[in-house]
Design a protein around this ligand. Structure first.
Ligand SMILES: [Mn+2]
Length: 337
């Protein structure tokens, strides 16, 4: 194969050189998903194979359904990483604060960041950011292959899982020929698609389905049927004996309805409002909506985060922003018609 990421060849060499003789912590974001955990596991394992002292750290623990990716890779607390005077590499984070203010403050000068988010601000010393990539795992797989670095089967599995989950099983818009080439190469190196499917999608709890039941019951259409919004209240987790990780993927049900352009999940948690926005089409740039509410993300998938506000005032504000966005896109479409 010719180089997959020729633009990063030099920067990745510099990254590897700057790791020499240092203890490293690979940091991922809060509420880690398959791409986040997969990228952390893969990068730290690949660097450890080079003889480096590398661990992973997150503000939240690895979710139950992603535990199969860990394969003995060390995850430590922020305190432990600080005590060991580690230098930070961020993966799958558009901004250091995606790993919470605590992490951002603890590692003010991260040596590198590998990411694929549109809203990435280039906050690290070396920034390997490619927004055309479907997953951070896709970039990482390309970097490891381009550099000819050895990696083991758990690393291939972690990268494959990151790619498969961030592409919605290879069907979202960012899925390209490169995505499939890399996935095939990862399977050749030990990634097991059937096991990933079993671990991620065939091990649900009844509580999670009950949570889904409540979420589906809350769905409401707005903006002439182009937005579908559902709410999960704080007590629902207790009622259904579930946790925040069980809300993962629920928003896709809001989006999947015919005619709906943007699906929204609004969640009350810890006294704050969290929101997930999912668009069918990148022209809706839901990251711009999220940015109005202390959030960010991708054109088709973004998250927001609002403190000290009630649903009564927040929901009308969010709906107004959604309506404005949909009208802007509709106007632009009419112009080009
Ligand atoms: Mn990602």
């Amino acid at each position: 194969m010719s180089l997959l990421y020729p633009q990063f060849k030099d920067a990745f060499s510099r990254l590897l050189a700057s790791c020499a003789g240092r203890r490293i912590v690979v940091i991922g974001h809060a509420r880690p998903d398959g791409d986040c955990t997969g990228s952390q596991v893969a990068l730290s394992r690949a660097l450890r194979l080079l003889g480096l002292d590398v661990v992973c750290a997150n503000p939240d623990p690895v979710p139950r359904r992603l535990q199969f990716l860990v394969a003995g890779t060390p995850f430590v607390s922020l305190e432990a990483a600080l005590a060991e005077e580690r230098v930070a590499i961020y993966v799958d984070c558009a901004d250091a604060r995606r790993a919470t203010e605590r992490f951002a403050a603890a590692f003010p000068e991260p040596i590198a960041c590998i990411d694929h988010h549109l809203s990435n601000v280039g906050f690290a010393g070396i920034n390997l950011v490619d927004t055309s990539s479907a997953a951070t795992g896709e970039i990482l797989a390309g970097l490891l292959l381009d550099a000819g670095l050895p990696f083991d089967a758990p690393t291939a599995m972690a990268l494959y899982t990151g790619i498969a989950t961030d592409t919605g099983q290879f069907r979202f818009a960012a899925t390209t020929r490169r995505t499939f080439l890399l996935a095939a190469e990862l399977v050749a190196r030990g990634a097991d698609p059937a096991r990933m499917g079993l671990e991620l999608y065939e091990q649900e709890t009844l509580g999670k389905l009950r949570l889904l039941q409540h979420f589906l019951a809350s769905l409401e259409l707005s903006c002439d049927g182009r937005v579908c919004l559902g709410v999960i209240s704080e007590d629902l987790y207790r009622q259904t004996d579930t946790g925040q990780e069980d809300a993962e993927g629920l928003v896709d049900y809001a989006r999947c309805i015919e005619g709906v352009e943007i699906g929204v999940l609004v969640e009350l948690r810890g006294g704050a409002i969290k929101g997930s926005l999912r668009a069918k089409d990148a022209t809706f740039r839901v990251d711009l909506i999220a940015a109005e509410f202390n959030g960010g993300g991708h054109a088709c998938a973004a998250g927001l985060n609002v403190k000290n506000e009630s649903l009564e005032t927040f929901l009308p504000r969010l709906k107004a922003s959604l309506r404005a966005r949909i009208e802007t896109v509709a106007a632009a479409r009419n112009l080009t018609r």
